[in-house]
Design a protein around this ligand. Sequence first.
Ligand code: MGD
Ligand code: MGD
Ligand code: SF4
Ligand code: MO
Length: 748
Amino acid sequence: MSEWKKTGCVLCGQNCGLEALVENNRIVKVRPDKDNPRSQGYACRKGLNIAFYQHHNDRLTQPLKKVGCDFVPISWEQALSEIAEKLRSIVDEHGPRSLAFMGLGGLGGHSEAVFGLRLLRSLGSKYYYNALAGELTGLFWGYGRTIGRQYNFTILDHDRTDMLLAIGWNGWMSHQMPQARRFLDKMSKDPDKLLVVIDPRRSETAAKADIHLALRPGTDALLTRALIAIILQEGWQNQEYIDQHVSQLEQIDAWFRDFDVREACRVCELDYDQVKEVARLFATRKSSLHADLGVLMGRHSSVTTYLEIILLAICGRLFVPGGNVVPGYLMTMGAHTDDRNTKYWKTVETGFPTLLGMHPPNVMPEEINNDHPERLRAVLISSSNPIRSFADTTAYEQAFSKLDLLVTIDIAMTETAKMSDYVLPDRSLYERWDTTYFQLNYPEIYCQMRRPILEPEGETLEGSEILTRLADKLGFIPVIPESLYAAAGKSRLEYGQALYAYMQSDPKVAATMPFVVAKTLGKEMGSFNLAWMWALLQTVPRSFKENAARAGFKPGLTMGDDIFQAILDHPEGLWIGKVDPDNNFANLKTDDGRINLFIPEVEEWVKGITPKSEEEQLQSDGYYPFILMAGRHTDENANTLMRNPEWNRGRRACTLAMHLDDAERLGIRDQQIVKVTTEAGTLNIELETTADTRPGMVIIPHGFGLEFNGKIFGVGVNRLTKSTNRDRIAGTPLHRYVRCRVDSVASS
Ligand SMILES: Nc1nc2c(c(=O)[nH]1)N[C@H]1C(S)=C(S)[C@@H](COP(=O)(O)OP(=O)(O)OC[C@H]3O[C@@H](n4cnc5c(=O)[nH]c(N)nc54)[C@H](O)[C@@H]3O)O[C@H]1N2
Ligand SMILES: Nc1nc2c(c(=O)[nH]1)N[C@H]1C(S)=C(S)[C@@H](COP(=O)(O)OP(=O)(O)OC[C@H]3O[C@@H](n4cnc5c(=O)[nH]c(N)nc54)[C@H](O)[C@@H]3O)O[C@H]1N2
Ligand code: SF4
Ligand SMILES: [Mo]
């Protein structure tokens, strides 16, 4: 018996629609789904290989407890009782700051997040570490300050833009927008559209560009300052837009007036006339900007993003057609947590703020490994593999070995799971209902609630059920009236009324709503995640209802339930809303209703980014002469989600890429094993000589060094990254600028 089933890819934030042929509970074939409204038959090689994510020997099938050096299988009852008891005693003895949650929802499913965060809050802690705080929180901070809400960051209005400035983004390989390759091809071929790529090397995306500015690595802040300076000095800014929508330009104007643009271009190793032309085009066309890890993980990360927001604002490119716009969402990626507000927790040892509700994984080792009475002692993890994913593997290993309690919820026996006291098996993303809330589309709002297409393996439970049961063990769920259980068995309408009445009965109960819904409607539906989607749709704000109405849903009391039914009726995914494309300014939430350009705390930082100081800081270090790009996205990696190396059979997936000229100079050859050294550590790796990189810049992809069937495939690049090499504001890692040396193994 075989059957084609509608599903989606869980390997990157695009979640392209897929159809999977299922035979004897195995995925045997996969094809892109033409019916999916967002991906429309688009998928990359990774999506077609999801069977390798699903079926492999590292899958977890029962709860495990570490006894001595070994893991022994235990019952759910024992696992959750013991974990609850330990959590309680750690928090009682050392206070809630001794506990953190890490992960919660990766690239394929976010439903567990609400349950995990509720559990964390119930225990009194606000420490939530997430991969997004390893890449995007500097950007969230910049948007929070300038437009008023950290979650209102922008994406490009992809259909209407006629010039895209792509900075440190290799969309051809990493996607990060719907149907990226189709879009980039169109931008490249259409004579009326312009693709400008700023990247030190000729990436696959740069190869498609009309203009490629191959800047010197690490000079984005200087270049962006120069672009703004050119526009202001030439008077190319959009004065009408500024008069109407921008404030505080006069407070930052002096940063750019006397700025020596020619000198800056020289330090960036770019041609002044070409940079000036790009500035002119950006200021005068229907332009948009997308910056990614080349900037977010580059030197001056959060300040470069801030400068990019200034650039967009003075050219009048925020909230306008064809420019950078705030998409709609069913649920934002997190809450606005202004770092000036003292009610949000800073990390105890390193003092980093909460941004969009999150803390940076980079500081966790220091937060554990110190003598502060409130240091971290217990960490719960789900859907994350910090021992491979986050900077400084050695620091993480040392820190985790000091914890009183480490619990990992995963589908696989990962490097992190192996260090844990308890390992709890989740159902995989193809064995449960789930969805993501990534909103990378405009103006339509997309949703696909992926349904289980396979029977679950072993004793696995939906992550949200694991967390609910744990909350129950800790006594955080009130006694639920029988009538609510009964209503769940009748109709959603009756259940909704009963739930409303119960929530009204006691304000304390409302805070436990996810757990209550899970235990009643979730039990009835056979999925806590699905029940939570229903509940979420009952509580959406008015602005979302307006968006839903624009997508054809009838306003009224049953709107939430109608959307839920439509979601059930469309396993291929659907548009559940559409933002008003003519009113994107509604997302501007500052006190004066304008884009606030001045962030006083970074004034000195910005002013300090001068051609002279940058030239000094960028000078080659005699001992570490190369710049390592520690992490790159290719057709052969998907973060740490693909453990079985078979999917890359015959491909050179994990090598050190070095320019041919550099290799020749060092007297090393392709396929030779070389030693890479940084301040964090050393690694031996196969050399790949290539014209793909730039002289002086070497590249190792991330997501490798995973142990599978007793063998390690490739190297874990985070052995080479130092967790202190991070952004001053957000604590995000500067993985695109790691100084290193490369030696031939024989000669070292
Ligand atoms: N194939 C694949 N796709 C993925 C993933 C995956 O694992 N595999 N993971 C997904 C995830 S989680 C993410 S966050 C995205 C990331 O997506 P991207 O940010 O597009 O990924 P990178 O490969 O880091 O590409 C960044 C580009 O920045 C350039 N760069 C390096 N240094 C500098 C610099 O100093 N300045 C500038 N301007 N550019 C520089 C690099 O040469 C590279 O071309 O990819 C997503 N998509
Ligand atoms: N040096 C360097 N390091 C990097 C990067 C880099 O460029 N350079 N990129 C960074 C980026 S952009 C990101 S986003 C992070 C990502 O880092 P992580 O947060 O670690 O995310 P993933 O590697 O995507 O997946 C983590 C875990 O989720 C598990 N998993 C898969 N499905 C499920 C499920 O259904 N339930 C549960 N509970 N678990 C599941 C997988 O087995 C895996 O262990 O890595 C970062 N690390
Ligand atoms: S990995 Fe490829 S197929 Fe999967 S969602 Fe991303 S772009 Fe689509
Ligand atoms: Mo990422």
